[in-house]
Design a protein. Structure first.
Length: 344
């Protein structure tokens, strides 16, 4: 990948732009204060370079907050690739992305995200050693989304306990937007604990799969507005906004998607509606936590699961700050992250 330019920004350490043939890629490094910036590669059909840059900046910030709040010695970074993974992804492109990551000399460690699989990482790893989430046959942990789902599951239980006095899912209704890797795993965990699960996906096969497991399927335009105890956004960001909030009929929002709130101020509207929002960067840290176990070497399932369990305590601490110090839940989460990011 040819690196076009590297630019320093006010709130980010730098952004690097690269390209291979017609495909453009951007790596945004928000912070390396706590350690190398880690975050996945997202390949998406962005409508413009500005949209892709905006996404890279927001997602790399979210990675900094997530790792800091989770107590990891990792910073925040993200790579976005402008292109359709079904049409534009090739071995040459993946190798070029490996060169791009390698050119930053370990400042950025890459992983998978939407449009990039663990198998793709195996190709990228031919050109860089700064990659985690490799397939198991290469000594990696493979897909980290089951751990993300587990962390969201623990977060839901902790939020239920805060609101209803019990973490039990029996008789509780959870609506999941997006039944992909995170949403699908989460649905199975919830169903196994007796929850009623409503779900939606834009891909018919995912709906069929979920229906066969016991999920009640709703059209994509209706899922956010179903009466439920917990709404769990597990598709894309920005779905909680001025337009959708007045129509929500949930008590809790807790999901896997990054940047669920379109704007930070949306948390005030949620407060007014009496909806408890668990910040995504606290609830969805299971993936990066399990990747950090891979980075330490000798990854085991048990060790990763044990580490992800720590999310329960962090959501508990967040809700304590919310209750005792009067901070809204987003502020409480940001305090937890910035205590490390801005500490000595
Ligand atoms: P995925 O692509 O496997 O699943 C997303 C699913 O959402 C897809 O099946 C897609 O068809 C569906 N979808 C898209 N738009 C929709 C809509 N409007 N309504 C209903 N469904 C829709 O991705 P994933 O790995 O499950 O990740 C889901 C979200 O969680 C993403 O925002 C991702 O950034 C975030 N996240 C994932 C991980 C991880 O470990 N995979 C970690 C942290 C955060």
């Amino acid at each position: 990948m040819v690196v076009l330019e590297k630019i320093k920004l006010e709130k980010h350490e730098f952004v690097a732009f690269g390209w291979k043939d017609k495909v453009r890629a951007i790596i945004a490094i928000h912070s390396t204060k706590l350690g190398p910036a880690c975050g996945g590669i997202r390949m998406w059909n962005y409508s413009s370079e500005e949209e892709a840059l905006e996404d890279a900046l927001r997602l790399s910030l979210a990675m900094s907050l997530k790792s800091a709040a989770a107590g990891l010695n990792l910073g925040g970074g993200k790579c976005v690739v402008i292109g359709d993974p079904n049409k534009d992804k090739s071995e040459e492109l993946l190798l070029a992305l490996g060169d791009f990551v390698q050119s930053l000399g370990g400042t950025y460690i890459t992983a998978e995200d939407i449009g990039i699989t663990s198998q793709d990482l195996a190709v990228i790893a031919q050109r860089t050693r700064y990659v985690v989430g490799l397939p198991e046959y290469m000594g990696g942990m493979g897909d980290c989304s089951p751990y993300t789902a587990l962390g969201v599951f623990y977060s839901i239980q902790t939020a239920l306990e805060f609101l209803y006095g019990s973490p039990s899912l029996l008789g509780k209704t959870v609506a999941i937007q997006g039944l992909g890797k995170v949403g699908g795993n989460l649905a199975e965990l919830l169903l196994s604990k007796g929850a009623r699960v409503l779900g939606s996906d834009t891909i018919e096969e995912r709906c069929e799969w979920a229906r066969s497991r016991g999920v009640e399927i709703f059209p994509p335009q209706e899922i956010l507005f179903q009466p439920c105890d917990v709404l769990s956004p597990c598709a894309l960001g920005g779905v909680i906004n001025e337009g959708t909030i007045p129509q929500l009929r949930c008590k809790i929002i807790c999901g896997g998607a990054n940047n669920q709130l379109e704007k930070d101020e949306d948390v005030y509207l949620l407060e007014k509606m009496g909806i408890l929002y668990i910040p995504d960067f606290i609830a969805n840290a299971g993936g990066i936590i399990s990747l950090s176990v891979e980075m330490e070497g000798n990854f085991t399932l048990e060790r990763a699961k044990e580490r992800v369990k720590g999310i329960k305590e962090r959501v508990g601490e967040l809700l304590r700050i919310h209750k005792e110090e009067g901070a809204n839940t987003l502020e409480a989460g940001l305090r937890m992250a910035y205590a490390r990011l801005e500490g000595d």
